[in-house]
Ligand binder design. Structure first.
Ligand code: ADP
Ligand code: MG
Length: 455
């Protein structure tokens, strides 16, 4: 394929993603990516650093998959590769593609219309990188037992607990462990929402029997977040039959939910009772030490070791949701990486403060005034139509901060600065975002203003 065409595929994907995401997210994670190589089904995309790579793999792979699917593109895997433009970066070995292959039996069975988004285990969820501690040790032990002898004890295994505490990680780890022992095992991992969607599609296209056959052929069926079956009678009935078929054949089922079966509203009694036939385990929030260990291990995966005070600060700020904890950690690491700084307590508390409590006591007017003061110009000038160079920059910085700190809409930002047209606000925010990456003076100014705002 020619370079032009290669690029077009990724550009198509980017075009779609750009309108889905917020501007800042798009700029931060997608803007500096480009196609390095493409085969018929694989796209290798170059990214500037490990944080972006990590973020794209962890956070955006589903969006990318969905976008590929939506546009009917033939790509099955997208691999991210760090493209070093900067001496500081060490070239990274390219990881094996995160294939998440559809179990081949399943695609054969479903004939001409493979359902590319089912069956997708993410190979980053393993037992090895799961930190065991108070709160999750029982669930971990049960999952290991199931991985050792699927279909014999604890069938189904039902894990429930709050958001972001590792349910998906653990149940996928079982699937990955089984595949590692025997790659031919037909492990199907699916969220209940996807199951519902597939079911509806199958009914619509009159392929209900394909649908039934696909799931009933599984050696191991993992259904995530079954609370979404609530209220969906037809789906519950279908799942009931799938359940019985698999159970009779001693095939392992693993289910997760954000609440115990008895608390899932409008779940048919016969399903409710089956869900607790095997073993159900209440997963708790990981305790402080476990959270600290999780932070350390996630940082270590990126080759970074953090000081204890930084780790403890993060573990204190994020008490329940490990996904949020991870997000904050990655945000901090990305921030430091882009600026060539070593993470420390001041940075992390500044950053986390900005995403947690900050805007409460900060008004748009304070930001505008602070910018005028910093640049030693009058508020009148800043709000005036004047286009002098030494007034334009402070105005742009003010717009940027209204966006980054208060997340105001562009029309609101324009309004705060006495402007009617919001395109200026868009340009300003873009310009400062971009320039502060390269211009140390500007970056210092922005950071100084922020420090004063939150002092
Ligand atoms: P849930 O399905 O319970 O909402 P996830 O399994 O998606 O939560 O976990 C959210 C994130 O936190 C994932 O990236 C997962 O890898 C991570 N995580 C949660 N618990 C642990 C743990 N004990 N060790 C390592 N990572 C964890
Ligand atoms: Mg989950």
């Amino acid at each position: 394929m020619s370079v032009v065409q290669e690029d077009r595929v990724w550009q198509t994907i980017l075009g779609d993603i750009e309108i889905t995401l917020s501007r800042a997210n798009y700029l931060t994670w997608f803007k500096n990516t480009r196609v390095v190589k493409q085969t018929d089904t694989e796209l290798v995309v170059g990214v500037p650093n490990i944080f972006i790579k990590n973020q794209l793999e962890v956070k955006y792979s589903q969006l990318i998959q969905d976008t590929i699917h939506k546009n009917g593109l033939p790509i099955e895997t997208v691999v991210f590769k760090i493209q070093t433009t900067n001496r500081r970066d060490e070239p990274e070995p390219v990881p094996p593609p995160q294939a998440n292959p559809l179990p081949s039996k399943a695609s054969e069975k479903s004939g001409a219309s493979p359902a590319p988004l089912i069956g997708g285990l993410n190979d980053k969820y393993t037992f090895e990188n799961f930190i065991v501690g108070a709160g999750n040790e029982l669930a971990y032990a049960a999952c290991q037992a199931v991985a050792a002898e699927p279909g014999t004890k604890y069938n189904p295994l039902f894990l429930y607990g709050g958001v972001g505490i590792g349910k998906t990680h653990l149940i996928q780890a079982v699937g990955n462990a089984l595949l590692a022992v025997n790659p031919k095992t037909l492990v199907i991992y699916i969220t209940s929402e996807q199951f519902v969607k597939d079911f509806v599609d199958a009914l619509r296209s009159k392929r209900a029997s394909d649908f039934a056959g696909r799931y009933r052929a599984a050696d191991v069926l993992i259904v995530d977040d079954v609370q979404f079956f609530a209220g969906k009678e037809k789906v519950q009935e279908e799942f009931f039959h799938t359940f019985n078929t698999l159970r009779q054949a001693d095939k392992q089922m693993i289910l997760s939910s954000d609440k115990p079966p008895k608390d899932i509203p409008t779940l048919e009694e016969r399903l409710r009772s089956r869900f607790v036939w095997g073993m159900s385990i209440d997963m708790q929030n990981p305790d402080f030490e476990t959270r600290c260990a999780i932070i350390q291990s996630k940082a270590a995966e990126q080759d970074i070791s953090l000081d204890t005070d930084v780790v403890e600060f993060l573990a204190t700020q994020f008490q329940s949701n490990i996904r949020e904890l991870e997000g904050a950690l990655n945000q901090m690491l990305a921030f430091c990486e882009l600026r060539g700084l070593a993470p420390n307590l001041a940075i992390v508390s500044g950053l986390i403060g900005s995403s947690v409590g900050r805007p409460k006591h900060l008004s748009a007017r304070q930001i505008v005034e602070r910018c005028a003061k910093y640049y030693q110009i009058s508020l009148e000038d800043l709000l005036s139509p004047k286009r002098d160079k030494d007034i334009v920059l402070p105005r742009q910085v003010a717009m940027y901060l209204l966006r980054s700190e208060l997340h105001l809409s562009f029309p609101k930002i324009a309004h705060e600065l006495g402007r009617k047209d919001h395109t200026t606000a868009i340009h300003s925010v873009e310009k400062i975002t971009k320039e502060s990456e390269f211009d140390p003076t500007l970056r210092t100014a922005v950071n100084d203003i922020k420090d004063k705002l939150y002092a």
